[in-house]
Design a protein around this ligand. Structure first.
Ligand code: FAD
Length: 400
């Protein structure tokens, strides 16, 4: 059985957060890593990301946390509030409290800032990033794997498909299967904090819960920007693209009558993108001989636990460690076995949160939110138990 050693060559497909993180981890451990990215330039969407302690621990291990930490905002509380009255259903401390409890901070970061720091760290670690190359196919050969791109063909010992929810590598491995539209769309955007008039956005990660909709607000870049994600249930997604420019006026109309903090953010917004939120059933396998999947390519999830990128980052750590220790066959088996139960559980929790945030079941839905609030006040152990398994999980101390 072929045995990989750190001087072996790795091709990563996709320079998203997952692809860059695994490239960084492997390159720092002596692998020769090349990334092929279809986009002509390195950039990220203008939106925020919540990075929980479990993800920050990996960034620390890979030596990039200090650089990322210069761009972040540290929220004080995670809140669920009523869409009209602003009443707090839940107010759970983040800030120092979470750092003490889990040994790492909870951050809000602009995706472009995280992306930029990962790219710089990759270059410093010797990763080659080639842009404008769309991967169209792969082949497992006896002694190497081949990547077929629109403009050229390349070989490596292994290939990592980190090419997102519409992954070509996944399609080649498991067949064509369109992602499933979850019946929800998300508008995303950022607004300069100084442009928001008539209300003060609280320094928290706030979910504004309402019937069949919710909206999340939080600060980025030390408080200079406010990020919003507005989610609405819809029967269909008719557009061909899964992301399109959104109509700000339509967005405002959808959230008319919501709390003044929400209205003030949407009033100050001058552009937005609209995303179809898609999912996939659990894949039967994540690897095929010398080729393996990572991040959204193998486990996309609804953003309602804010864990999609965090899971890609955790994947990157586990894949790096298994490849350092074992031959690639066993490494890929072990990686899938270690990661699948965790990401599958978080996919489910994310789906469940949609029903909670959207007050499904009318008054019963509100009762559930109220019960959550009571639990957080008088039985905080229940809330912690839910979050400990996610934020308190330290992938860097796993025995691999
Ligand atoms: C509304 C919303 C809010 C979210 N909020 C959070 C949050 O707060 N916290 C969190 O942790 N996660 C969040 N997520 C999830 C997170 O954005 C994703 O899980 C994460 O970006 C996945 O990273 P990835 O590297 O796997 O894929 P991607 O970021 O999709 O990267 C894939 C890369 O592969 C490239 N590519 C694709 N096909 C090819 C090809 N054929 N050849 C070459 N290159 C290719 C793409 O151009 C892209 O650069 C959110 C998602 C959404 C939609």
């Amino acid at each position: 059985m072929a045995h990989l050693n750190p001087t072996n060559q790795v091709i990563v497909v996709g320079a998203g957060i997952g692809g860059l993180t695994v490239a960084l981890g492997l390159a720092k451990n002596g692998f020769q890593v090349r990334i092929f990215e279809q986009a002509a330039s390195l950039s990220e969407v203008g939106a925020g990301l919540q990075l929980s302690p479990n993800a920050v621990k990996v960034l620390r291990q890979f030596g990039v946390a200090d650089a990322v930490g210069q761009h972040v905002f540290s929220p004080q509380y995670a809140c669920i509030r009523d869409y009209q009255s602003g009443r707090y259903y839940l107010e759970s401390p983040l800030g120092k409290h979470i750092e003490q409890r889990y040994g790492a901070p909870y951050w809000h970061v602009h995706r472009a800032d995280l992306h930029k720091e990962l790219v710089q760290a990759c270059y410093a670690a010797g990763v080659e990033i080639e842009l404008g190359h769309r991967v169209l196919g792969y082949r497992n050969e006896k002694k190497y794997a081949t990547v077929l791109m629109d403009k050229k063909t390349e070989h490596a010992d292994i290939i990592i498909g980190a090419d997102g929810i519409h992954s070509k590598v996944r399609e080649l491995m498991l067949g064509v299967q369109a992602p499933i539209f979850t019946g929800q769309v998300a508008w995303r955007g950022t607004v300069p904090a100084a442009a928001i008039k008539g209300a003060t956005v609280q320094p928290n990660a706030t979910v504004w819960a309402g019937p069949n909709k919710h909206l999340v607000t939080y600060y980025l870049r030390g408080g200079d920007l406010v990020n919003f994600i507005a989610v609405e249930e819809r029967a269909k997604w008719q557009q061909e693209s899964w992301r399109q420019e959104g109509d700000v006026n339509e967005l405002r109309r959808k959230f008319i009558g919501w709390h003044p903090e929400v209205s003030a953010v949407l009033e100050a917004c001058d552009s937005t993108f609209l995303w179809a939120l898609n999912g996939r059933p659990t894949l039967e396998k994540w690897h095929d001989n010398r080729v393996v999947l990572l991040g959204d390519a193998c486990h996309p999830m609804l953003p309602f636990m804010a864990q999609g990128a965090a899971m890609a980052i955790e994947d990157a750590f586990v894949l790096t460690q298994t490849l350092l220790k074992y031959d690639y066959h066993f490494a890929f088996d072990k990686y899938e076995a270690l990661r699948k139960p965790r990401v599958t559980a978080i996919q489910k929790q994310s789906r469940d949160n949609a029903a909670l945030y959207h007050m499904h079941g009318g008054w019963q839905g509100r009762m559930k939110l109220q019960a959550l609030g009571l639990a957080s006040k008088y039985a905080s152990g229940i809330i912690h138990a839910k979050l400990d398994s996610i934020y308190g999980f330290d992938v860097t101390s796993l025995s691999i």
